[in-house]
Ligand binder design. Sequence first.
Ligand code: WTA
Length: 654
Amino acid sequence: MSTSSIDSLLHENRRFAPSPEFAAAAVAQPALYDDARADRHAFWADRARELHWHTPFTQTLDWSNAPFARWFADGTLNVAYNCLDRHVLAGNGDRVAFHWEGEPGDTRTLTYAELTREVKRAANMLAGLGIGQGDRVAIYLPVIPEAVIAMLAIARLGAIHSVIFGGFSAESIRARVEDADAKLVITADGGWRKGRVFPLKGAVDAGLAAAESSVEHVLVVRRGENEVEWTAGRDLWWHEQLEGVSDDHEAEAFEAENPLFILYTSGTTGKPKGILHTSGGYLTQVAFTHKNVFDLKPETDVYWCTADVGWITGHSYVVYGPLANGATQVLYEGTPDTPHPGRWWELIAKYGVTQFYTAPTAIRSCMKLGREIPQSFDLSSLRVLGSVGEPINPEAWVWYRDIIGGGTTPIVDTWWQTETGGIMISALPGITTTKPGSAQVPIPGISVDVLDDDGVHVGKEASGLLVITEPWPSMLRGIWGDPDRFVDTYWSKFAGAPKGPLYFAGDGAHLDGDGDVQLLGRVDDVMNVSGHRLSTMEIESALVSHPIVAEAAVVGASDDTTGQAVVAFVILRAKKAATVTATEASVMLRAHVAEQIGAIARPREIFVVAELPKTRSGKIMRRLLQDIAEGREIGDTTTLTDVNVVQSIRTDLG
Ligand code: WTA
């Protein structure tokens, strides 16, 4: 991270202490920190006991086979039962689970009793299609109630879901379905986005046509009412399959370590990794963090997390955490600006949203549109505002608090990852005095550190690499089918630590004078575009898979709105280069990347160049390319083989 970024973080020196009224009524109380410090295992065991266990656990953590953790391993539970039946049995069946709003304005309300019935029917239907414990089911859906129902029905059966974000391409579906050997795919004809139906099933068809797959059926939810192709025998309508199916379904208990889901995420290599999460520990941490970080009062609150269920934030803070806590939520299918730029704020006013959780990119986009838009809606119901997915710049933080939060709501900047499963570093509202632009403190029960490359603690007012020093309940249990990659990616950098292996997060961090943690962005080849994780290597592989490309280098260039933007440098194959102009090549390659990975990975710019700067050992100097992409004076070129390359790129770029 450049020093200029740290400077910008430090320019905002204001501190925001919780109000005495908020603190007095807050869910999170300071004793949580003391309890966790006194006995971390007992602390997490107490949190776990807030769930319903079919068989209580007697063992908290088994770390004997580190880094493969087992939490609450001799206990059994059913995750869906904890999110549904439990609330109905406690007399809260009439509480709204979801106020769902479709982009065109159609709505659907589901109470806990209704959602429980829907999930039971779906579980019976899926069981009828042969889905049982351990089977993998891929989900490729818009943000509609069926997405949540499908996830919970799969969980209820002890099967494993793999949700694929609806913006990913056919090729991404193929790779994920193949890697997990999915037996069933659940999709929709289409969904609504930006005022139009975008087709989904076609991508599944194309993905499966190319896959060496074990998929027996494709279940199709009707949403877009758009035309779809149909493969007789394989394809089934979701609503037809549900006809006449019983809503009586008893939840079976599964071991705490029964896998719950796989979620693919970008790493530093070309191939996305299937992050594996299991049941008891995961549910414990997402429920605890959701309740305490968002100050959830389930009887009265209306919570809204804008994440798509295709990302980890949607898994943990739309589906599992909030439902485990019996929360009432808003679930919205579409984009923030359709049909008008105040759509989100309109929904907050309409439903009286009390907690709102979104990404800095979205906040920055709203800032650009001007404060008049949110200010024309009544946002006074908001009590807590959350941020996730990328570092939030102090300016956006303060705007969020002042304009959306009326200058009073606590902001929780939550740092975590697909791999961590749940929130790891965040202020707790009512306790923490917040600092704009800083995630600040590990939540109770979590231990982190900032180390230099040699594994030495950096001390205050210094920067280094973020590590997690103790195992945590919602930690990933591995990478699907690749235990070596799991050990290598996360646990090898600081393997020799005296107290056992440390988890290397891949993020840079700064410890301020109080010892609080400010996140500085990724230190590896992972980019963060609009809060979405992308791998430079993955995009480079996509580019070189095109016949006209000889070589490609991708960097994340800083971008005012999206945080980072994908910028690619490509060398064309000599013969092909003669047949296309640089502009044609760039148009073609942008489309090619969208097709290979998804529109979110489409480069903002592609520069056709004659050479790429390399070190003497042949490594592409991405940092240099980043300087060029961001229009900066270039940094240290002492290890560059040929300084003229940079000049030639500059000339190529005009
Ligand atoms: C980044 C999203 C700064 C970080 C939940 C991390 C953040 C990556 C924050 C994980 C935050 C997430 N401040 N950076 N509050 N939250 N990140 O797996 O670089 O999609 O490693 O999980 O996002 O992205 P992922």
